[in-house]
Design a protein around this ligand. Sequence first.
Ligand code: SF4
Length: 455
Amino acid sequence: MPGANLLFSPRNKILAAGLIIEAFLYEEQTRRGLSVRHFDELNELADHCTICHRCVVPCPVNIDFGQVTMLIRDILRVRGQKRSAVGSRMAMAFLTITDARSIEWLRDTVLRWGYTGQRTAHAMARRMAWLAPKQQRPPATNHPPSLQAQVIHLVNRPLPARLPLHSSRAFLNLDRDSHLVPIVRKADLAEVNEAVFYFPGCGCERLFSDVALAVLAVLTHLGLHTVLPPGYLCCGFPQAANGNPQLSRQIVTSNRVLFHRLAATLGYLDIRTVLVSCGTCLGQMEQYEFNRIFPGCRVMDIHEYLMEKGVRTVAADGTAGQPFLYHDPCHSPSHIHNPLQVASQLLGGEAVLSDRCCGEAGTFAVARPDIATQARFRKEESLQAGLQQLPTTTRPVPLMTSCPSCLQGLSRYRSDLPVTAEFMVIEIARRLLGRDWMPRFIEQARHGGIERILL
Ligand code: SF4
C-alpha cells in the first residue's frame, strides 16, 4: 500500500534484494564473515509480500517478486534464519497434517477457541476505544512492531463467526478410512450420467467446510457423481509459499501417485472434469499433469463449471437483478471466463468488481498483522468506492467471492461497512436447495448418498 509504505514497492524490493546479495558477496570475498543482520532484512523483504503475483504483469523485465519471495523464504529456512510467528506455524501445521483425529482436535481447540478469543478481544478493544480509527493511514513498517502493537493489529477487525462445527469429511462420516474412495450421488441414482473429480483443498474441506458441502450438494442436485479424494489432502501450495519447496514437491508427488491409483480403480467412470473451489489449488493443480491421470480432462473452478452447465439462480425472496459486490481473489479461479460475467450469470444482477487484496493471503494476516492492516486500509477504500456505485436500498450489500481465505478476510469488514461476505457456491446452494440445504444434504448423503470404493 504505497500510501503507507513506499519502501516495499515491488521495484524497491527488487533493488533491496540485489543490494543484500551484493553485501553477502562483499563480506564473503573480503572474508569478514557474514552479518546476520542481512538475514533480518531478508526476512523483512519476504514478509512484505502476499505472493499475489500481480507485479509481474506491469514489470518491464518480467520479474515475478512473488516467486523471488518464495525463494528468499526457502533460503532463510535452509539457513535456519527464517522468522515465523507462532500463529503462522500453527496454521501451517493445520494445513499439512492429514490425520483425521489431529485435524478435528486442532479445529475443536486451537481454531474454535482462537477465533472466539479474537472476536471477544475485538469486542472489548472496541468498547474501550483501544482500536485505531480505520480511516487513519496505517503506520509504515520496516521491522516487526512491538508485541502490544501486533496484538492491536491482530484484533483490529473480527474474525468470522461462521466456522462450521466439523470438517466436511467429518460431517459426511468419511474421515476415518483413507482406503475408500467416496462417490457422492443421489441415493436413487446408481446409473452414471456424468462423473467429476472434486479436490476440496484445505480451506474448503477443513476450515470453511460448508463450501465443500455446498459444492457436493449442488453437483448432486444436478445429477452428477462426484468422486472425492480418499483422505485429507493439501495441494502443496502453502508449503511452497512459506519457503519449503521440498515438502511441497513431496506432497505433489504423493498426491499424484494417489490420483493415478484412484484413476486406475475408477476407470469405468470416464472422468473428464476435475473441479476445485479455490484459485490457489487451481494454480497448483496445473503442476499435477491431470491429463495423464484422467486422459482428456479439464481442471476448472466450480463456478465456471456451473455457468457452463447453465445454472442461473434468483434470490431467496424471488427478486432477480440485485447488484452486488464481487471480490476477485488475487489467485483468481476464473481461468476460462471473465470472473464478473461468471458471477453475474450465476447469481443474476450486476456484479461490481471490488479490486485489491483483502489482506488475508493465507497465513499472511497472522504472520504480520501490521502489514495486513496496510492492505486492509487500501481494500476498505475500494469497498467504499464499490458501495457508492450501488443503490442505497440494498444494505447490507452481498460481497461475493470464490476463495476460502478471501472469505475470511472479507468477513472482517462487517464491523465497519454494510457488507456481508459470502462464498458464491454457498449462495447458489441456498437458492437452489433452500436455506436448510446443509443439514438436509448431510442427512441424504449419510443415508445412501455415498458409494465407497476400495482403493
Ligand atoms: S505482494 Fe504481490 S505485487 Fe507485491 S511484491 Fe508480492 S507478488 Fe508482487
